[in-house]
Each structure stands twice: as C-alpha cells, then as structure tokens.
Design a protein around this ligand. Structure first.
Ligand SMILES: NC(=O)c1ccc[n+]([C@@H]2O[C@H](COP(=O)([O-])OP(=O)(O)OC[C@H]3O[C@@H](n4cnc5c(N)ncnc54)[C@H](O)[C@@H]3O)[C@@H](O)[C@H]2O)c1
Length: 258
C-alpha cells in the first residue's frame, strides 16, 4: 500500500530542489500533488516528471506572499478535489549578510517570503483541514534556527520564527486532528545552495569541501534526504509527531566534528 494513497498534497516552491524532490516522492507514494511555484517553467517540469513516472500532479501558480493569489490557489484546489490532506510550506529564499550591512528592503524580502509565505498558505488551507478534521502541515525551518552561522542574520531570524510558529500552530489546531511539524535541514545541495556558493566564494569547489568538513556525515545532504523526512511527517505513520522539529542535518546541530 502506497504511504500517501488517496491524499491531496500541496507543496509550495515545488519547481526546484527539496520541493521538487518531495513532489516526486509524494506522487510515487500515491499522493495527487499540487505543484506550486513562482516559476511556472520549473513547476511544469516537476509535473511532467511526475506524470512521466505514472503519478498525478497539477501546477497552480501563486506567489506565497500574495494573499489574493494564495486564496485563489486554495479555492482552485477545493473546486477540483474538495480536500487538502498535506500542506508542505517549503518555498523560501536565502538571505546573506551581517546585520549592519543588510538593506531594509532585502531584510523585508526574506522575512516576507520565509514567514508570510508560511502564514498565508496555512491561513487559507486550515479552514478546509478543520472541516475535514484531519491534515498534516509541514513547515520548512532550518537547523540554523538552532545554531549560529556566519552572515545569515535575516535568514536565521525567519527560520527561528517558523519553528516558533509551528509549535503555536500545533497547539491551536490539535483539537481538529491537524498535525503541524517542522523540518530542520542542514546544508542540502540544491540550486539554492549552489547559487549561494557561486556568489559568495571565489572557488565553489573549495567552499563545498570546507562545508563537508562541518558535517559528521562527511558529505552534504541531498534533496531526497529531506523529501524522505517530509514523506514521514506527511504520512499517517507520523500520527504521534506533533509540533516537532525534525533534523536532517548530517549531525551539524548536535554533533561536534573534531
Ligand atoms: N538547501 C538547503 O541547504 C536548505 C537548508 C535548510 C532549509 N532550506 C529551506 O528549504 C526550502 C527549499 O529550499 P531549496 O534549497 O530546495 O531551494 P530552491 O531555491 O532550489 O527552491 C525554492 C523554490 O521556491 C520557489 N519560490 C521562491 N519564492 C517563492 C514565492 N514567493 N512563491 C512561490 N514559490 C517561491 C522558487 O521559485 C524555487 O523554485 C527553503 O525554504 C529553504 O530555506 C534549504
């Protein structure tokens, strides 16, 4: 029996990286996946990959920071499927820089996408889940919510906020049989990280080698490592997971490498 059989899953930012990997895995496990992204071309590619392997998916574009667009997206899903079992709030952007050098506009952009982008899809999906009296919401935090990391002030602030939000949401919606958990990945090799390495280091290969030494695993994570954790939280097997941070970080948060 597929682990997500008959479930409708909405994944934001599913055109790339962890979101795309999760969309493919969720579909493989029987879910019908609503692929959301700002980038229609990348999202359509995710849908194509899912359909190619025999799964079911549709693309619905929306900017997760825009209330009208998010509300319309949820209405469209309601009209088509009349339920949402899984909401994976994955879309996010990076923010690099030490605090005194961050421009207010850049700060606001990171806060907006990474926090408002969790608030809005949750706000519009929750009434449907409350009506169903079931649902699993997975919020994308990061292990940076727990550890200090150089030049990531705005990004760290957002991921800490998402973790706090997850716990409060869980308390409020537990009576409706809705689970809300957070993923805390370490460094996962996705376009997001590749772009950061390209723009922040003269030699990205040296940067990757140095990042690897920070991991107890000796290597960086891959999108599928996080997708597997998301699959667990999405599935009924995680029925006793509530308000929990789930680390997928190669030991960075709790381990000390030498
Ligand atoms: N890669 C890592 O090392 C890492 C570690 C911890 C947490 N994360 C988090 O995981 C999530 C996914 O990261 P990734 O590495 O796969 O990134 P990615 O850049 O590969 O994918 C993110 C996707 O989100 C989409 N997106 C951005 N803004 C959006 C918006 N306003 N509305 C809708 N879609 C939008 C982008 O178009 C992109 O397709 C992010 O929240 C990120 O902060 C990543």
């Amino acid at each position: 029996m597929a682990r997500l059989a008959n479930k409708i899953a909405l994944i934001t930012g599913a055109g790339s990286g962890i979101g795309q990997s999760s969309a493919l895995l969720f579909a493989k496990e029987g879910a019908t996946v609503v692929v959301n992204d700002l980038d229609a071309v990348k999202a359509e590619e995710t849908v194509r990959l899912i359909e190619q392997s025999g799964g079911e998916a549709i693309f619905i574009g929306a900017d997760v920071t825009n209330p009208e667009q998010v509300a319309e997206m949820v209405e469209a899903i309601k009209a088509r499927y009349n339920r949402i079992d899984i909401l994976f709030n994955n879309a996010g952007i990076s923010g690099v820089g030490v605090l005194h050098e961050i421009e207010p506009e850049a700060w606001d952009r990171v806060i907006n996408v990474n926090i408002r982008g969790v608030f809005l899809p949750s706000k519009y999906v929750l009434p449907l889940m409350m009506e169903q009296r079931s649902g699993s919401i997975i919020n994308m935090s990061s292990c940076i919510a727990e550890i200090g990391l150089a030049k990531r002030a705005s990004y760290a602030a957002t991921k800490g906020a998402v973790l706090a939000l997850t716990k409060s949401m869980q308390v409020d919606y537990a009576p409706y049989n809705i689970r809300v958990n957070a993923l805390l990945p370490g460094t996962i090799l996705t376009p997001f990280v590749e772009n950061y390495l390209r723009t922040s280091y003269d030699d990205p290969e040296i940067a990757i080698a140095s990042l690897k030494t920070r991991q107890l695993s000796g290597d960086l994570g891959r999108p599928d490592d996080v997708a597997q954790a998301a699959l667990f939280l999405a599935s009924d097997e995680a029925k006793f997971m509530m308000g929990s941070p789930l680390y997928i970080d190669g030991g960075v948060t709790f381990g000390k490498n030498a």
